[in-house]
Design a protein around this ligand. Structure first.
Ligand code: NDP
Ligand SMILES: O=C1O[C@H](COP(=O)(O)O)[C@@H](O)[C@H](O)[C@H]1O
Length: 778
């Protein structure tokens, strides 16, 4: 802990603290309140008039600002809402100034995100008339050099390119630099002088953005608050994550920050909260009658939060190795989205009301258990003549590092709304794709009239709502519909709101929205300290256990779909990852049998796990054979060959793989709709296993080959939908096969005895009448 905060807050003198409180807190609080009220009343008056004029419905945010909601019918303004927006420059703020100081200006985040976001706000006229931007870091630079540095990363919005150069030059003229140490009050006092000079005696509002490593947060806050806070307006500080490494270090950080700042001055940023689709989550839920009534355990089977990046920790290995993917993505970004997803309806859109509800969700959650988490780490991979480095190939990462770059977890909310619903999270670096999405899988339709049209895999027929946060922002709902025509075939379709097709306007970067909110004092999208505590309380025991027990991550190749353990974890909770299933998927190709073997023979010791036979403690092992339901779920997803291999593993598996229900599933897995009322006949004639081996497989592969143009008998053939004729042919052949065996003297009557019986130790012989297949083909 002491290591984590290199400057524990006890370090600073109480004189400084009290002087700041005397000087800044008292005056600045009152003045902040006064100026905010004053600025806001002008702002609100203007906006309110405009909104009323346009007869739009009004949503108010926590500081009372209308949220500029527009009627859904108002297509014109949705396409170009900017024409009606009120911007800061219109607000007549000539008597006040805004100074934004980016601390750590020479760093990656500042260059990549913060300066470009500030420019975008300026470009769109969101910043007040009098503003300056200061860069502060140790690197020696003058104003001109800072301008050169940031000009390389500034881009113009696509819809108003014409005056871009001019706007950029104007923006850069407002950018200045001060070089200094992060723990030097003297250097911050110098910065204060420069700020004052630019402010020219006007009422000053100051925003500090801490874009620096966390071990210097407190130093900077101490120096900035004592030497460079505003004496006349507000002073706010945006703090970047990580907010500690665990519950203890996080609360220590909060305690230290609060020695110099009030909670209202601290803006803990989680940039995922600024993403358009995450903002839209609440709108979708609370302003559409069709969703909110379904938003509970009664209709939702599971919810998935998926984050993946198709690149590794390139360049950030040093930072990452100390944190890992759970702290980097799950404990903050994904958990924040989860709370917004699961919270009850807040009393209002006020920040405190929303954050109260989020905290309630977090406090209702079950702390994460080790058995509900799997971790992975990417390893090097050579593909198409290119070599991709493994995580530990990064020179800033120790060779023996077991820091997870991938994790999947199952979380549960123990409240009336969500009891028993698995909330699955999955986050990973160096995977096959870059995406972030929320997937809501609904329950099966009870007593579904169209059940027979779906095949035996009802999961594939359930509704799924997907909010694709990035890339290509979209909200789509998977539904079942009838294929047009005289028959009754059902199809899966998407009701799709693809943002780029619906809105011509570019979606602002999350940092733009969050910076603007901080300037406006809107706290809705920032994390309150009790929220942070509750989030850490959930993850800290797990993180400690992973580290203390040195749980080795499962290795996965760079660019792959991640460790197979994630599928096992999902299967354990009766869930299938939506991104790897059905239309979006390649699930047929998932190599599940290695997973089974892994689980059978190599499952690591899981501490404090209670074995089914009562054994507990260090040596208790998770054993797939004690979890028959999971085992069967996995077996159901295997192809025929893998089932054959699995049958050789042990008696239990051998018995399970003979289960006719598995073969029934395999026979009709790719059939839509499955044949009706054939079960009794098939069972009487020898069972599904025989049906599959003797008829289905040969018919499928022969006709499949013809149809697909000679393609091999691999997944391509297996995945295509069968036709009714193929099924009928298989069933007819099965009858022929039965009678042939009966006549030839196999001695098998109904019920599948003798040669015909499904339980025979010898594999079923192909019927001599299978030549019919060939005849049909000809
Ligand atoms: N980069 C990203 O994509 C993201 C970053 N973050 C967080 O934002 C913050 C800034 O990130 P990023 O810009 O990548 O960080 P950097 O490592 O680039 O650090 C920013 C600046 O801080 C100074 N600095 C770096 N290391 C030290 C040190 N040990 N002691 C004192 N000063 C140091 C350097 O400036 P100088 O030497 O000139 O003083 C550097 O330019 C971090 O807290 C990070 O966790 C969060 C989300 C994403
Ligand atoms: O906070 C972080 O987020 C980025 C991903 O952000 P995105 O907006 O590009 O999706 C991630 O790369 C980084 O590791 C993490 O610290």
């Amino acid at each position: 802990m002491a290591k984590w905060l290199s400057a524990p807050c006890s370090h600073s003198s109480s004189t400084t603290f009290s002087s700041f409180h005397n000087e800044s807190l008292c005056c600045s609080r009152k003045l902040t309140a006064l100026t905010s009220i004053c600025d806001f009343s002008k702002w609100a008056a203007k906006n309110f008039a405009k909104i009323q004029l346009r007869s739009h419905f009004e949503l108010r945010s926590s500081n009372g600002h209308p949220l500029n909601a527009v009627s859904l019918q108002d297509e014109g303004s949705a396409a170009n809402p900017q024409s009606e927006e009120t911007h800061f420059s219109e607000l007549g703020q000539e008597d006040s100034t805004l100074s934004i100081t980016v601390v750590g200006a020479s760093g990656d985040l500042a260059k990549k995100k913060i300066f470009p976001a500030l420019f975008a706000l300026y470009y769109e006229d969101w910043l007040p008339e009098n503003f300056v931007v200061f860069g502060y870091s140790r690197t020696k630079m003058n104003d001109e050099e800072l301008r050169n540095m940031i000009s390389r990363t500034l881009t113009c919005r696509i819809d108003r390119r014409e005056n871009c150069e001019e706007k950029m030059a104007q923006f850069l003229k407002r950018c200045f630099y001060h070089s200094g140490q992060y723990n030097s009050e003297e250097h911050f006092a110098e910065l204060n002088c420069k700020l004052k000079e630019k402010e020219g005696g006007r009422l000053s509002n100051r925003l500090f953005y801490l874009s620096i490593p966390p071990n210097i947060f407190v130093d900077v806050v101490r120096c900035a608050s004592t030497k460079a806070s505003s004496k006349t307006g507000w002073t706010r500080v945006i703090v970047e994550k990580p907010f500690g490494r665990d519950a203890e270090s996080s609360s220590e950080l909060t305690r230290c920050l609060k020695r110099y700042l009030t909670e209202e001055q601290i803006f803990r940023i989680d940039h995922y909260l600024g993403k358009e689709l995450v903002e839209n989550l609440s709108v979708l839920r609370f302003s559409n009658l069709v969703f909110e009534p379904l938003w509970s355990r009664n209709y939702i089977r599971n919810v998935q939060f998926i984050f993946s990046e198709d690149f590794g920790t390139e360049g950030r290995g040093g930072y990452f190795d100390n944190y890992g993917i759970i702290r980097d993505i799950m404990q903050n970004h994904l958990l924040q989205i989860l709370t917004l997803f699961a919270m009850e309806t807040p009393v209002s859109l006020d920040a405190e009301d929303i954050r109260n509800e989020k905290v309630k969700v977090l406090r209702s959650m079950r702390p994460l258990q080790l058995e509900d988490v799997i971790v992975g780490q990417y390893k090097g991979q050579s593909k198409g003549g290119k070599t991709y480095p493994g995580y530990t190939d990064d020179p800033t990462v120790p060779n023996s590092s077991i820091t997870p770059t991938f994790a999947a977890a199952a979380l549960f909310i123990n409240n009336a709304r969500w009891d028993g619903v698995p909330f699955l999270m999955k986050a990973g670096k160096a995977l096959h794709t870059k995406r972030a999405e929320i997937r809501v899988q609904f329950r099966h339709v009870p007593g579904n009239l169209y059940k027979r049209n779906f095949g035996t895999d009802l999961d594939k027929a359930t509704n799924e709502l997907v909010l694709r946060v990035q890339p290509d922002e979209a909200i789509y709902l998977k539904i079942n519909n009838k294929v047009p025509g005289l028959g009754m075939r059902l199809d899966r379709s998407d009701l799709n709101l693809l943002y780029k097709a619906r809105y011509t306007r570019e979606i602002p970067d999350a940092y733009e929205r969050l910076l603007l909110d901080a300037v406006e004092g809107e706290r809705r999208l920032f994390i309150r300290s009790d929220e942070l505590d509750a989030a850490w309380a959930l993850f800290t025991p797990l993180l400690k256990e992973l580290e203390e027990r040195k749980i080795a991550p499962e290795l996965y190749p760079y660019g792959s779909r991640g460790p197979v353990g994630a599928h096992y974890l999902a299967a354990k909770h009766n869930v299938r990852w939506g991104d790897l299933m059905g239309d979006d998927s390649h699930s047929c190709h998932l190599p599940l049998w290695p997973l089974l073997f892994f689980l059978r023979y190599h499952t690591p010791s899981l501490p404090k796990h209670t074995h089914k036979n009562g054994e507990t403690g260090e040596n208790a092992k998770f054993c797939i054979n004690d979890n028959m339901d999971v085992l069967i779920e996995i077996l159901k997803r295997l192809d025929d060959r893998s089932l054959g291999v699995a049958a050789c593993v042990c008696r239990l598996w051998c018995g399970l793989t003979r289960n006719d229900a598995l073969w029934e599933h395999l026979c009709f897995r790719h059939l839509s709709p499955p044949p009706e009322g054939v079960r009794t006949v098939v069972v009487a004639l020898g069972g599904y296993r025989r049906l599959y081996t003797v008829c289905v497989k040969p018919v499928l592969s022969r006709l499949g080959k013809m149809r697909v143009g000679g393609g091999g008998a691999g997944g391509e053939l297996e995945r295509r939908v069968w036709t009714r004729h193929e099924v009928e042919l298989s069933l007819s052949l099965f009858c022929v096969d039965y009678y042939e065996r009966l006549l030839i003297g196999g001695g098998g009557g109904g019920g599948g005895g003798g040669r015909i019986g499904g339980e025979s130790a010898t594999p079923p012989l192909p019927s001599s009448l299978m030549f019919l297949c060939k005849a049909v083909n000809v």
